[in-house]
Design a protein around this ligand. Structure first.
Ligand code: 5U1
Length: 671
């Protein structure tokens, strides 16, 4: 007897929920996208055939529904408050003084969390099922955005566990993670479509769609940070409430920490400020909340903000400045990028005097001219960008000057060519263009590629300008006599650089593939290619359809690899590199095999013997999966000094934690 439709529906739902959790929470997909899509289509078919089997928590209910004509208003049963701000350590101490005095305590327990830069929402669960979601609006009345919030992948449609209060209003922030935002904007830019100014605007715009099928396509993510109206039991402290929300299946911050006293708050602030650029999402400050609910009640509110919480703000990531001029830079693929020269300005914690303008289409889209006042954004480790023009100096003003794209390469004078369907202009000079050669060598020598320490930008410029290097392979033929006479080089520095060049000759296949600088082949793709083909020859001989079978490789990347492999100059360059002694151990372990197969690791903190990337690579070579955040599915956390919230989360989940020395012993035994 075959499976009945109701059994099949239940199996498909459980499977899809598991796969989605692996994808969205662990960052570690367990099946290819095509399998996910196929299971989803089957579930849709069954639900269409047997409408009585549709439930509101089915994964099919996340795809969006027919457009609304307008959003309904929703009155918040409890107002959604705002937060008071602190702009300095002094402000934070004043806040703590007020709190301790009012409570008559010497020291207060605070819960510290990053303040996500997104859109605040309220989500109501009745009997564990999502029934309503609303924007904050003016705090008293918001808009009903239930059908949009239902499409957010990490928002549970049904809560789990036996202790979910019958009525639970959860409050939190919806954001678009930085890497998803960059990807989304790069795709939009390539397609000549509208790009978003920043992840916050993109999240807000996505939630404001009347057609939730559009929202469903946006990479939104929710993090719960408090509760509103609750009918039923919850713990009596803020951190325990958040843990309970986590147990119900709601996403909570990995970075939350409970500390004693204001000094510890300051240390938390400094530690997160130092990590800010590397975080997966934009944050604009830290929220400190008095942890005990009884204490919160005693403190109460002033106007629209609680007396028991404060947001200590970080320096702004968007500021205005003046566009002084535009330079044109030639990259390693010949792409000519307009770079804005700016009146120096402090943004995102550093002084910025240059920002990318991407390409001619972007200049046209912004309508920017030299002399304009522009908004510069610097967030994370993304290069600073001009996101809008705030003020133009009147179009007739002589102070305003249109930006003209060069018709010849600004470096070598070769022709400039725009491939049909692409937004970028390219210099056709190839390796005879000094700017391209310098960029190729910079990439080749970079940390994640061949990792040649000491071969920095200044030295590369001199080597190319003095014609000591006319190809990448020439780097391996340099002599001490050639180096020692260069500016800022002496005997000792030359010996050091030569030693690191020699050391870099022994590399790994993924590093070498990445170092080749094939268009759109980043580190992850290089790794996937190495694991798939196991040898460079196999990779270079692979036809496009075989390349497309590799994880991460679509038709465009496959075409770039094929074109690279068929170019005689590239073949020659690879053969020169190999005859100069570049080598790597043969790759024999593929993902899913090896002593650590089936385990998922998170590497956190600062390791002493190697960088985190290298540590992850070593783990993957032994068959392990690596993930960026700790969850119940994590097997082990490798924690170096400075590991903060991820270590804490692992402790609270009872996940094994290894320090670096234990780990190195394990590697020695396994490798
Ligand atoms: N992380 C976090 N963000 N945030 C924003 N917590 C938090 N709490 C808020 C707000 C507006 O408000 C409550 C303290 C009232």
């Amino acid at each position: 007897m075959g499976t009945s439709p109701d059994e099949e529906v239940l199996t498909l739902r459980a499977q899809l929920q598991r796969w989605a959790a692996a994808y969205f929470e662990l960052d570690a997909p367990v099946v290819p996208d095509a399998d996910y899509d196929q299971a989803m289509r089957r579930l849709e078919t069954l639900e269409r055939e047997f409408p009585n089997l549709v439930t509101s928590d089915s994964p099919t209910q996340r795809v969006g529904s027919a457009p609304l004509s307008e959003f309904e208003s929703v009155e918040h049963r409890l107002p959604m408050l705002s937060l008071d701000n602190a702009f300095s350590a002094e402000d934070l101490r004043d806040f703590d003084r007020r709190v301790t005095e009012r409570l008559g305590l010497l020291e207060v327990t605070y819960c510290c969390e990053p303040k996500l830069d997104g859109v605040a929402v309220s989500i109501v669960y009745e009997s564990g099922l999502l029934v309503l979601a609303a924007t904050r609006g003016d705090g008293a009345t918001g808009e009903n955005i239930t059908s949009n919030v239902r499409t957010i992948r990490n928002v549970p449609l049904a809560l789990k566990g036996d202790h979910v209060p019958p009525y639970l209003e959860v409050r939190g922030e919806v954001v678009i993670p930085r890497n998803a935002f960059e990807r989304m904007n790069a795709q939009a830019r390539d397609a000549g479509e509208k790009v978003f100014v920043n992840p916050r605007n993109a999240a807000a715009g996505s939630l404001r769609q009347l057609d939730s099928r559009i929202t469903a396509k946006r990479p939104l993510a929710f993090t719960a940070y408090s509760v509103g109206v609750v009918e039923g039991e919850l713990p009596a402290s803020h951190d325990a409430i958040l843990q309970a929300l986590g147990d119900f299946g709601l996403p909570i911050s990995d970075y939350m920490e409970t500390v004693e006293g204001v000094d510890a708050c300051e240390r938390y602030y400094q530690s997160l400020a130092a990590q800010r650029d590397g975080l997966p999402f934009d944050i604009d400050g830290i929220v400190f909340k008095v942890n005990g609910l009884q204490e919160q009640e005693r403190l109460g509110f002033v106007s629209r903000a609680p007396r028991w919480a404060i947001a200590r703000k970080f320096p702004a990531q968007e500021v205005s400045t003046q566009l002084l001029g535009v330079d044109f830079q030639v990259g390693r693929t010949g792409a000519i990028t307009p770079v804005a020269r700016l009146e120096p300005v402090f943004v995102g914690g550093v002084t910025v005097s240059n920002a990318t303008l991407h390409n001619a289409d972007e200049i046209a889209r912004l309508g920017v001219q030299v002399g304009d006042t522009v908004v510069v954004r610097r967030a994370g480790d993304v290069i600073p960008q001009i996101v809008s023009v705030t003020e133009s100096v009147g179009s007739s003003s002589a102070a305003r000057r249109a930006i003209e794209f060069p018709v010849r390469c600004p470096d070598c004078g070769s022709n400039v060519h725009r491939v049909e369907g692409e937004a970028v202009m390219r210099c056709v000079g190839g390796m005879s263009c000094a700017a391209q050669l310098k960029a190729v060598i910079r990439h080749f020598a970079s940390r994640k590629a061949m990792d040649i320490e000491g071969l920095g930008d200044k030295l590369i410029d001199q080597l190319v300008d003095d014609a000591l290097v006319t190809s990448v392979a020439d780097v391996f033929r340099l002599t001490k006599e050639q180096l020692a006479v260069l500016e800022r080089m002496g005997d000792k520095s030359s010996e050091n650089v030569l030693a690191s060049i020699d050391k870099a000759k022994t590399t790994s296949l993924p590093r070498f593939i990445y170092a080749l600088g094939i268009r759109e082949v980043g580190e992850a793709t290089a790794r996937a290619l190495a694991q798939h083909f196991l040898s460079l020859d196999e990779l270079l001989a692979a036809p496009a359809d075989v390349l497309e079978g590799v994880d991460d490789v679509g038709p465009v990347v496959a075409r770039h690899i094929s074109e690279f492999a068929h170019d005689e100059r590239n073949r020659q360059s690879i053969s020169d590199l190999l005859s100069s002694g570049v080598n790597w151990p043969s790759v024999s372990v593929v993902s899913g095999e090896g002593p650590l197969a089936g385990t998922t690791w998170v590497v956190t903190g600062k390791l002493e013997s190697m960088g985190r990337d290298d540590a992850e690579q070593r783990l993957r070579a032994l068959g392990a999966k690596t993930a960026s955040s700790v969850s119940a599915k994590t097997s082990t956390v490798l924690a170096g000094p400075g590991a903060g919230s991820k270590r804490k989360k692992a402790e609270s989940l009872g996940i094994s934690i290894m320090d670096e020395s234990e780990w190195l012993v394990m590697l020695r035994e396994m490798e």
